[in-house]
Design a protein around this ligand. Structure first.
Ligand code: ATP
Length: 928
């Protein structure tokens, strides 16, 4: 980081204003506003547009983007490539130049493929940023609106509230906030910044009335004027983003890398063991033995595997983003597939977060707010005034223009319908102070001054939180009546009966402050001795698509636990409506959870009950995530507030809400839902399972060719040379390079198998490469391919009159037949590999059930493979290099059924497996 951070002194540092004038952000606010040619009411939209054109978008340019030469070099120098280089060196040293050149060609082709795939993966991940535009609230044309942060310009008046990432350098105009500036200064403790804290002669970053891009507001609210954007900001000047984000290796890639190494090691050992075997048993010259050892080594090093996995994960990430789930780490895709518990909140995720007040209950009775009619009721009017004053939302001019918390928007709309202007300034109340809402207190209050000079506290919040702070209630005549125990009881019953209907209930209260009394300094002082004005109940309809998503969860063996800040009965009603709870759920409130021991919590989470954690705090979320992880579950957890960040980090998949969530929650999460929708989580789990399955499919495919590749060399060696070598090393290399990558890539795009969401989640401990998979690859499909390839070889040779031990070398009468026979082995390998590709498409179900031709990419891959094989067999220049010979129609006819035999044999194996294990998943392939 630059020295600017700590040493810049006021007066020394200045910022170039949009007009080109150097301005000092710490000068008096009015001077600063003048220099910025702005005002407390912000800019006009037209002026902001003009400035945007002049200063450019509020973005940081990354430096040092030209990384690709390094990336390309890395493809040639990673350990598996080095192994191949060693093989090249060996071949060169013993004088077999064509093989050395061939291996270099293999290395180059592999590196090129891997490079292209990784670049594509990188692009897919970088494109995700477009799905998550950062928004900021600014004043334009005198009203509050949400804009993309890239559109911020100097002079804009910015609203900053809890959880916002500050996206430009700004001077506070009013309010006070806690700021986490660790990204900029490295200080881990939040610092307080307020408009009225003016410092002189301190470093710019330490000035207590300035906030900087890249820092985060963790508490409070403020209004600020932007004085620097984009590369002009302190963050831009430090250009901390000069290096791009490093991609960490996912557990899956790690596992596969380890296995790849294991295989490489086995190949080296096999190669080394082959040399004495071939020289002593088969009487081969040392030189030839080295040639074969090198061939075996090159054939079996699975160097193409990792890039294919990376690309498959990246494609998964891109698909998820299109469906509304933006994943920030590639590895999240595989974790999603293993998720077995989803802890979800209610508001906005299960419901639409479109609140509408339906009922108000005051001392004068219950009012149905859905019926529009003029009402003249003092209590109701006071209730409406309190709902408007203690409110941070704005209704805007038309429908859909409202900004702010949906609960507060609903209250403003209701107050407006009750005849109270929908904004506190028009109402004639000026806010002196705010004790903001937080999900631990579950209430908020404001200190407001009326036009007549009187000062009042207005408060609203969860009834359990606010009612204990009320000592009286406003009656029909506007007089305060003490709240008796009986009345409290009646109110509690009223809250329960409204909550049971799935309504969200808030209590609203007020307190007048005497002129002589000192105004309250803390929320505790403000929110006491309150007078209850009434209860307001609002409807937040469940999202229609959630029902199907919840059913999908249940069939997929995924448990859904609701953790909500809302009332237990409200949550239970909504849970029943969307099908999460099928029996009477166990509802645990925040205070009950606080009293619960770790063991009791573990036992509760271990049971089968439908669970709802109500009135819970962010700490409760963290505790639940911890307990679930400790007991071996893979947990996905949603969250949206600043305080949810630790729980989001602790869960295996932290899920933040793109629309309603704070920037802090988004940053702490692994996945962001752009539509805040529970159904999207399930779509993501399904995609995660599919990607993981597909990765297993192509690992199987790539492993399956080891047996048929080794067999010809073994046959040759074990026959003691009586059988000529059925495949030359160059032919092996040609097969290896030409056939592996494209069908493997295509397998990464397979549609999901039927029954994908009917099987239980895979266990956290399960390895992507399992014993049964290796058995199927090496000993079942591999052996069948090997037998078929050898059958073709002997068919051609024996038909030409060959007897074991007869010479087949150049100049011998059988030489042409031998060349045709090795070409047959080559064709046999290709044909077997085509059958393997089809077999790899499903792990359990029949190929018919997913559609034989349903993966067009695979068909293209196979067409390419066949065209390459035809060129190798029939084009004279390639014949000359690879010692192949043209095959006759009867030979082609002999190999034609190979793919069907391989695939058919595996089809029978799968059928037997399904019969053996009992159930056959049914249904059509799912759309994803
Ligand atoms: P979920 O956790 O499922 O999203 P929630 O939105 O109800 O549920 P919180 O936002 O933590 O959770 O709210 C908890 C409670 O606080 C609410 O049930 C409501 O009673 C009260 N509350 C919510 N918003 C406000 C607000 N703006 N002002 C005052 N009280 C509020």
């Amino acid at each position: 980081m630059s020295d600017d951070i700590g040493n810049g002194a006021v007066g020394v540092e200045s910022v170039e204003a949009e007009s080109g004038v150097r301005l000092d952000p710490t000068e008096q606010v009015d001077l600063l506003l003048r220099d910025l040619r702005s005002a407390r009411s912000g800019l006009t939209a037209r002026e902001a547009r003009r400035r945007l054109e002049h200063v450019g978008p509020n973005q940081l340019h990354r430096r040092g983007r030209r990384q690709w030469p390094r990336e390309l070099i890395r493809q040639f120098t990673h350990p598996l490539a080095l192994l191949l280089w060693a093989a090249t060196g060996l071949a060169w040293a013993v004088g077999i130049v064509p093989i050395a050149i061939a291996i270099v060609v293999v290395i180059v082709i592999n590196a090129a493929f891997a490079f292209v795939q990784e670049q594509q993966a990188e692009k897919a991940v970088e494109a995700l940023a477009a799905y998550l535009p950062m928004r900021a609230s600014v004043l334009r044309d005198g009203s509050v609106c949400d804009v993309d942060v890239a559109q911020l310009v100097p002079g804009d008046v910015l609203f900053i509230s809890e959880g916002d990432r500050i996206s430009a350098d700004a001077r506070l105009l009013d309010g006070g906030i806690e700021v986490d500036a660790s990204a900029l200064t490295g200080e881990s403790m939040p610092v307080f910044r307020a408009a009225d804290l003016v410092d002189h002669q301190v470093p710019l970053l330490h000035a207590r009335d300035l906030v900087f891009s890249g820092t985060v507001c963790t508490e409070g609210e403020a209004r600020a004027v932007v004085f620097a954007t984009g590369m002009q900001t302190e963050l831009g000047r430090i250009a901390a983003l000069s290096e791009r984000v490093e991609r960490e290796e996912s557990p899956l890639e790690h596992q596969v890398r380890r296995v790849a190494w294991l295989i490489a090691l086995v190949s080296v050992l096999l190669g080394v063991a082959f040399i004495p075997l071939a020289t002593l048993a088969a009487g081969l010259s040392f030189l030839n033995a080295v040639v074969f050892a090198v061939g075996l080594l090159v054939g079996n090093v699975p160097e193409g595997l990792l890039p294919v996995i990376t690309l498959a994960l990246a494609i998964g990430v891109r698909e998820l983003a299109r469906r509304g789930a933006v994943v920030k780490r590639l590895s999240a895709v595989e974790t999603l597939g293993a998720t077995d518990v989803i802890c979800t909140d209610k508001t906005g995720t299960l419901t639409e977060n479109r609140m509408r007040c339906t009922v108000a209950a005051t001392s004068t009775g219950i009012v149905d707010l859905t019926i529009e009619q003029p009402r003249s009721d003092t209590t109701l009017t006071r209730l409406a005034i309190a709902m408007t004053a203690c409110n941070n939302a704005h209704l805007g001019s038309g429908e859909g223009d409202a900004v702010g918390d949906p609960t507060e928007i609903a209250m403003l709309a209701t107050a407006a319908a009750l005849g109270v202007p929908g904004d506190s300034e028009a109402l004639g109340w000026r806010r002196l102070r705010q004790f903001h809402f937080d999900s631990a207190r579950k209430r908020m209050s404001t200190l407001d001054q009326g036009s007549g000079g009187c000062v009042r506290v207005h408060a609203k919040g969860a009834p359990e939180s606010l009612l204990p702070r009320c000592s009286s209630e406003l009656d029909a005549d506007g007089a305060r009546q003490p709240l008796t125990a009986a009345r409290r009881h009646a109110l509690a019953d009223q809250v329960d009966s409204l909550a049971r209907r799935g309504l969200r209930v808030l209590a609203v209260a007020e307190r007048g402050i005497d002129d002589s009394a000192t105004p309250p300094q803390s929320s505790d002082q403000a929110e006491r001795e309150l007078t209850l004005l009434g209860l307001v109940a609002m409807l937040d309809p469940p999202r229609p698509e959630v029902v199907a998503a919840v059913t999908a969860c249940h069939t997929a063996g995924i448990r859904v636990i609701i953790i909500t800040g809302d009332h237990g009965l409200t949550a239970a009603a909504v849970a029943a409506q969307v099908g999460i709870t099928r029996t009477e759920p166990t509802v645990v409130t925040g205070s009950q959870l606080d009293r619960m021991s770790e063991d009791d919590l573990d036992a509760l989470l271990d049971g089968d009950d439908d669970l709802i954690f109500a009135r819970s705090s962010p700490e409760a979320k963290l505790r639940i995530a911890d307990a679930l992880r400790e007991t071996g579950h893979v947990v996905a957890m949603t969250g949206d507030g600043v305080n949810d960040a630790p729980a989001l980090r602790r869960a295996d998949v932290g899920i933040a809400m793109g629309r309603s969530g704070t920037d802090v929650a988004r940053e702490a999460s692994t996945m962001v839902l752009t539509d805040d929708n529970f159904a999207t989580i399930i779509a993501a789990v399904r995609a995660g399972r599919r990607v993981y399955d597909n990765i297993r499919k192509f690992i199987f495919y790539i492993f399956a060719h080891a047996t048929p590749e080794i067999t010809p060399f073994m046959v040759f060696a074990l026959s003691g040379g009586a059988i000529p070598l059925p495949l030359t090393v160059l032919q092996l290399l040609a097969f290896d390079v030409g056939t592996e990558t494209l069908p493997a890539l295509a397998l990464g795009r397979e549609p999901s198998e039927p029954g994908l969401m009917r099987k239980p989640p895979r266990s956290r401990a399960e390895s992507v490469i399992s014993g049964p998979m290796l058995l199927r690859a090496w000993l079942f499909v591999g052996v069948i391919c090997a037998v078929l390839a050898m059958a073709g070889f002997f068919y051609v040779l024996v038909r030409a009159g060959w007897q074991p031990g007869e010479p087949t070398g150049p100049g011998e009468p059988l030489h042409h037949a031998y060349q045709q026979a090795t070409t047959m082995t080559f064709l046999g390998l290709v044909a077997g590999q085509i059958g393997t590709a089809f077999a790899a498409r499903t792990e359990r179900v029949s190929l018919r059930s997913i559609g034989v031709l349903s993966n067009p990419l695979l068909l293209w891959g196979i067409a390419f493979e066949l065209a390459l094989a035809a060129a190798i067999i029939y084009l004279p220049p390639l014949q000359a290099v690879l010692s192949t010979a043209a095959l006759t129609p009867d030979m082609l006819a002999f190999a034609a059924p190979y793919p069907v035999i391989v695939w058919g044999a595996d089809e029978i194996r799968r059928w037997a497996l399904r019969r053996h294990t009992g159930h056959e998943p049914m249904g059509a392939p799912s759309a994803d």
